[in-house]
Design a protein around this ligand. Sequence first.
Ligand code: LLP
Length: 421
Amino acid sequence: MAESVFSYKGSELFVEDVSLDQLAEELGTPLYVYSTKAILDNLASYQKAFADRPHLIAYSVKAASNLAILSLVQKQGGGADIVSGGELFRALKAGIDPQKIVFSGVGKTKAEMAEALKAGILSFNVESAPELAALSQVAQSLGLKAPIAFRVNPDVDPQTHPYVATGFRDSKFGVPVEEALKLYKVAQEDPNIEIVGLDCHIGSQLTSLGPFKATAERLLVLLGKIKALGLELKILDLGGGLGIDYYDQKDPDKIPPLTKDYARAFSAIYQAYPGLTIVLEPGRSVVGPAGVLLVTTLYDKITPFKRFFITDGAMNDLIRPSLYGSYHNIKPVKDQGRPAALVNVVGPVCESGDFLAQDRALPIVQPGERLAVFGAGAYGFSMASNYNSRARSAEVLVNGATFRIIRTRETREDLIRGETL
Ligand code: LLP
């Protein structure tokens, strides 16, 4: 991915040309801060890697769904990978061309199918026979033809966290490669269905090329069989999944592949099928490194057994450490040159699982001082909740020396909206 936009100028941490401490001072914490430059650079890195073949970067909306972020993607020529009617609504609001939208997910409702059909999306990534039948019915009732790709499950070990691995054969996602041909034949006979492609997504936060290469081999074989049915596909959707460096490049084994090497993993396919448009659905690798979560230290709690930095940021703001045991690099927003201590960084939520870091060596911070949690741009705010009746944080987009609030901090009234006594 692109060069980091986060750097210390003197003792102060900046994003682009904006001081994170000043942002926190002005807007309060917890606060999500994203860099325009990083998002655009990360998108451009994909565009460059796939420049010599027809391609579409369908940004995976679930990673960070703020309209301002979607609008950046749209302006850069990107599309959207959506998994719900809600995400369709957002993508269209952001001005994304429906012909650049693909609809993934195992449980699309008929209402969602109808919405997407009427919008005229590029493709439904169909994941089962009953889903195909439902889509066919909806298309018929609307007098439309549904464009589809089957999401196949190549049974490849993506070597990632089990909760975000999808490519195993016993996963709820995709159809087994062996079944796919049967489904293509069924769809071929269906007057309400137009077959446009083949799709696959094997998992998220992949840090080596091996699983992608294994997938490429299996897809190549399947593409041959699909061609033998007399079908000419327009698109091959390779899904998302390229990992990011949560460890700040300290561990060489954990540095994920570059987009150009990732693109090369599929070169045999491009050679055999030069006319195919390659669709990519990256989420994490576009926004993950572009965002930080700023939190303020409330207390430095020292017991005979543990030391805790208790912050105003918690698992409801960033659930990844609690849910997946994920590592997020943490740095002080102002480097005071203090010695490090071994601490747990925790929030105020009433759960022992509420932590941002465990047994981490961090420079000692005093109450009121702030910390930046890195790699929080993806699956950060988008997975935030109101647990413990905590208002969700604001989101800010920095561009050079300027910034814009792209989502205001929730209020007490927001917390009870729709409720009655
Ligand atoms: N396409 C499909 C069909 C997906 O299911 C996903 C992610 C993506 C694309 C985007 O993958 P990415 O490029 O971001 O790896 N909440 C978890 C990640 C869940 C990923 C779900 N699917 C986390 O925080 O690690």
